[in-house]
Write a protein that binds this ligand. Sequence first.
Ligand code: PCD
Length: 778
Amino acid sequence: MGEEVTRKEDKRFITGRGNYVDDIKKPRMLHCEIVRSPHAHARIEDIDGSRAMALDGVVAVLTADDLLEHDLATMPTLMDDTQDVLVNDKVKFQSQEVAAVIATDRYVAKDGAEKVEVEYEVLDPVVDAEEALEEDAPLIREELDDQEDNHIFDWETGDKEETQEIFDAADVTVEEEMEYQRLHPAPIETCGCVADWDPGDDKMTVHMTSQAPHAHRTLFSQVSGIPEHKVRIVSPDVGGGFGNKVPIYPGYVVAAAASYVLERPVKWIEERSENIQTTGFARDYDMTGELAATEDGEIQGVKVDVLANHGAYNAAAQPSKFPAGFFNIFTGSYDIEAAYGSLTGVYTNTAPGGVAYRCSFRVTEAVYLIERMVKVLADELDVDPAEIRRKNFIPSDAFPYESATGWNYDSGDYEKALDKALEMADYDHYREEQQRRIEQDADKLIGIGISSFTEVVGAGPGKQCDIAGIEMFDSADLRVNPTGNAVLRVGVQTQGQGHETTFAQIVAEELGMDVDDIVVEHGDTDTEPYGLGTYGSRSTPVAGAATAVAARKVRDKAKSIAANELEAAEEDIEWDRESGEFHVAGAPDRSITITEIAAGAYMNHPGSEEPGLEATNYYDPPEMTYPFGSYIVIVEVDRETGEVDFEKFVAVDDCGNRINPMIIEGQIHGGLAQGIGTAMMEHVTYDDNGNVTGGDFMNYLLPTAKEIPNFETGHTVTPSPHHPIGAKGVGESPTVGSPPAIVNAVVDAMSHAGVSHVEMPMTPDVVWESLDEAGLAI
Ligand code: PCD
């Protein structure tokens, strides 16, 4: 624990020996290419595949009719909606899957897809959530019996009346409307699979880009009717997930169906624009936030109202038992008496989604809202945004803390993290510099933004969190071999996070082994214990806990073997964490290592015990973990061009006990870069006809090394009291915490002139418009 162990997996990655889905080649393998609709809303009149079939190498053209024969024309989404695998009647978003061409070669498949002729009756689309709710909006889901409009659901949380009373009596209230624009996770590797039906064993093997192989096996079995033990999902090396690889997509199902029908392996690999235009998007929340406070800045109540664009199908990645991760954290790091939130979901003619892009279930949106609102309040009251935070933090001695919406924060010390960040950022100096620039009417303004966020990660507990009904526990299975090394199998699936290193570190710590003597396996449902996968920064909080518990079970058994080997009573055997050895109480020289014990377990086991040395644990966490941090961003805003430059970027994180500080540092850097992309550049845009105008890397801008400043990172350590090794998750903190800090900074540069909000992405033209409206532009 705490060692900067070099990533064990990197040897294979940096020597070109990674094994990704597209590296898999099987004998007789065919390739699948999907024909997609150019229209966002259209009825299919006719599909003619004959010109495609005439191409040399095209083996099949599949449409919904072919899938209907096998009962595979639709699939359930994670929110229990029903999505067309291939469009049966009506297209509901641009680039939706209409037909599939299967060919002996990928290029032939692509040529074939271009030759499939589809006749459409084009319908009026609606892409805007608010317009979709208007009475004369086109009805998108007319196939659903009770659906008379585009409204999907209303959710609420908190005490509406109590909150309203507090607002009515408050000295000050503030309100701000803000949009969290539609984003798309952009893993380097797009989605894809190789499906291989074996008619000899009646078994379907799918190598696929999956963040949750076991859950996907269960869903595959349910959709296809193939019994679960005859479905094998293998997630090989995954080139980034970011929530994009949590749902099941039509492409996987089409490839599997094609393999079943043709009895040959079928590969499907997405292109970049297909990935951005059709797979799970993130955010797309229109939010209104309100705070009620006393004159001296004590926050008493918070209200939020959200309009959520869920696209053409309700396919958000979210536990079904509680409505939205948004609700469990919109009170933020603050001790607020009353809170009320409401959220309305809407269908539109846009791609389905609402995935947890580096965010456990809409936490990013909630954190953005509360951290922005605190800045709005600070400006209204003309108090320092650091001071108003300090005044309202949940005090460190109030944990475990139950929030106004009923969630239990495990531990925190918010003031400590903020103080550290203020010092690192040289806060007072920049406040003076900011003032100086204003007084001198300088061309470049200084803005200082703070975000003191609380995250909530590590779903379960199973009683609250599930994926398609399956409780979100996780698992570890540890087997120590006779020669003293070990294999750890886990139910989570790394996508680059470094689990092969950090999970080995947990075992090494708990058993006194060498990290190199532990191999971590994941991603194969035939061999790994059932787990719910990696997203929501849950691997460390849940599977990491399972690993520690499994290792401790092995340690317990090791004691009886040690007793046998050392000819002592089992009660007298002690384990020493420092040396990693077992010894007889009071006689430290009578000691034995885990390697010697392993030999004993197989070659000289005590009659009272089973031979072997292994243990399994399925861990259902008692609560989630609540990592937190304080980020301070200092920007320079150019009054002439609206350009924003980062002067300083300070990130102080607390994820409890730290397994591998180097890996954590990498996680923070990556997440901050994504936060900058969010705040400054990224946006999946649509025109009124439903065309995706931000659906490729020419138009969906990702930050590159040029846009990323130098990050100054720091940390505090507040262990989780309920986690076996005191660790919390960390993977998502930087993406969740940084966008409000960045927006707060840009707003702060202009707040002396009355600017209270700037919408993301804050491209130069957007910022310049605010400058202009405030009379600051030159
Ligand atoms: N750690 C340590 N310590 C502590 C914590 C943690 O060391 N305390 C580490 C671990 O172990 C790992 C990492 O760090 O290795 C992380 O972790 P976590 O937090 O637990 O998390 P996970 O579960 O593992 O993961 C997940 C995340 C997410 S969620 C996301 S998005 C992203 C992140 O992760 N993704 C990614 N990061 C990353 N990275 C990479 N490279 N890639 C990727 O893809 Mo979602 O929900 O899915 O949206």
